[in-house]
Design a protein around this ligand. Structure first.
Ligand code: C2O
Ligand code: CU
Length: 476
């Protein structure tokens, strides 16, 4: 067993996510890679009031190092780190985000998954683009515990790839603090030598599939090493900000339990061997760290098993076949009695099947020859408006007539998946805002439409959204 450095497990968590070495990280002088402590550092809260979280978010150019040692000249970031500042709040808090645009193109910030007022959603292509050099204060309340993220909604396929995204944790009142609470943004980037490929993919197939990367990043870096102690209760909060990659993750030798989804905790956990996470989606999973001092276990990404009809398309995955390591957990000395995980209380979800009111039936399709994707036979902004009544339990159907998966994202309201091709899901369901629509399948959703407003909906494969698989829904 290799010599193991002592691991900093400071009380008050730290590190694990900064793109620059900082507190909580160290390395010895013999070249042993840095082992980070397991945890996170939230953005400083500029408002002393207990129920207001105030942060500065400036978008600017930043040559960041994805862990290769070569900073990416094409990089951009919120407030000097990739991912951007981690916003930490409690359910019911007000967020005040002072956004300043130091880039040379108009920007918005979309607060993915938050049930906020639609004029703060940053999602409408026509609403409040913040001009270069200008500022805008986003102010909104976060009603629901969950793991969220934020990103631009103009030119997202390039800007998110270049590093413009951040995470947000909203705690439930009765949430226990895990021994290791690790929020991870799992992104892929495409490097040619050491140059980030941000130009549109140059083949029709890549345009149609969305760009897949050849380097896997956790919180903006490849090959992170994170310290664990045997017995610890580990909570991973996972978000997939990739343009198009469907992640499918497991941790070697650890039994994961899924405890939460996009917009909250589950009524009860369920075990998984590996977990698929589509672009835009989030999951919260726990495991009890199982290993001996010196052991190293890796967070791995499996090749996503696409529909059989897609076999040829995934030949273009630059990662090729097999499972790929994302980061390594390094076991320190000794063991601890872990803090038992207690599932936060959640009201059971109200529906076990479709409701009487059908709000809309979306049809997703593609034109392979033309290299385009469509919703309801059209491309944004030509997609017909969907209009539904607020505060009515409403069913939506999303029918995928194409041979690709489409991670469907709806702004402003949260949903429950009640059926896939008419069959109820077999695992406990939670509130969702992003869900995979597999090829040739129809997914049935229900929402209480509790949040009126003008909302975007779209595929979260960013090339698909920008290629037209996007529309607008008015809830009033
Ligand atoms: Cu995360 Cu409209 O998107
Ligand atoms: Cu899509």
């Amino acid at each position: 067993m290799r010599f193991l450095l002592p691991i900093l497990l400071a009380a008050g968590c730290s590190s694990g996510e900064d793109s620059t070495p900082g507190k909580g990280e160290y390395s010895d002088d013999a070249g042993t890679p840095t082992v980070e402590s397991c945890g996170y550092t939230p953005a400083p809260d500029l408002d002393p009031a207990g129920d207001v979280v105030e942060v500065d978010l400036t978008a600017s150019a930043l040559a960041w190092d994805p862990g290769t040692g070569v900073p990416l000249d094409e990089g951009v970031a919120y407030d000097g780190s990739v991912p951007g500042p981690l916003i930490e709040a409690n359910a019911g808090d007000t967020i005040v985000a002072h956004f300043h645009n130091d880039l040379d193109e108009p920007l918005t910030i979309h607060w993915h998954g938050i049930r906020l007022d639609s004029d703060m959603d940053g999602g409408m292509q026509m609403m409040y683009p913040v001009d270069p050099g200008a500022s805008f204060d986003y102010t909104f309340t976060v009603p629901d515990a969950g793991f969220y993220w934020y990103h631009p909604h103009l030119d997202g396929a390039k800007l998110i790839e270049r590093g413009l995204y951040g995470r947000m944790i909203v705690h439930a009142p009765d949430e226990v603090t895990a021994d290791c609470d690790l929020p991870l943004a799992l992104d892929d980037i495409l490097l040619d030598e050491d140059t980030l490929q941000v130009a549109p993919p140059d083949t029709d197939m890549m345009q149609l599939m969305g760009r897949l990367g050849n380097v896997l990043l956790a919180n903006g870096k490849e090959n992170r090493r994170i310290g664990l102690t045997a017995g610890q209760t580990v909570l991973l909060r996972l978000v997939n900000p990739s343009n198009a990659r469907f992640w499918d993750v497991y941790v070697e030798g650890q039994q994961m339990q899924v405890v939460g989804t996009d917009d909250g905790w589950l009524p009860e956990p369920y075990p998984v061997d590996d977990l698929e996470i589509t672009p835009g989606e989030r999951y919260m999973v726990t495991f009890t760290a199982t290993g001996a001092p010196g052991d190293e276990v890796r967070l791995m990404n499996k090749r996503f098993q696409l529909h059989a009809a897609d076999a040829d398309m995934i030949e273009t995955d630059p990662l090729g076949d097999g499972d790929n390591p994302v980061l390594t957990f390094v076991f320190g000395d000794g063991s601890v009695e872990g803090t038992p995980w207690v599932q936060p209380a959640v009201a059971p979800l109200p529906w076990s099947g479709p409701t009487e009111t059908l709000g809309h039936h979306w049809v997703l399709d593609e034109d392979m020859m033309g290299g385009t994707v469509t919703v309801d036979g059209a491309a944004w902004p030509g997609v017909p408006l969907v209009e539904v009544a607020a505060n009515v339990d409403t069913t939506f159907e999303v029918e995928n007539k194409s041979e690709m998966h489409h991670p469907w994202h709806i702004h402003g309201n949260t949903f429950q998946v009640v059926a896939i091709d008419g069959v109820a899901p077999t695992v406990p369901q939670g509130w969702k805002d992003t869900f995979d629509i597999p090829p040739y399948k129809t997914v049935t959703l229900v929402s209480d439409l509790s949040n009126p407003g003008d909302w975007m909906y779209h595929c979260h494969i960013l090339e698909h959204a920008e290629g037209g698989m996007m529309g607008e829904m008015v809830v009033e």
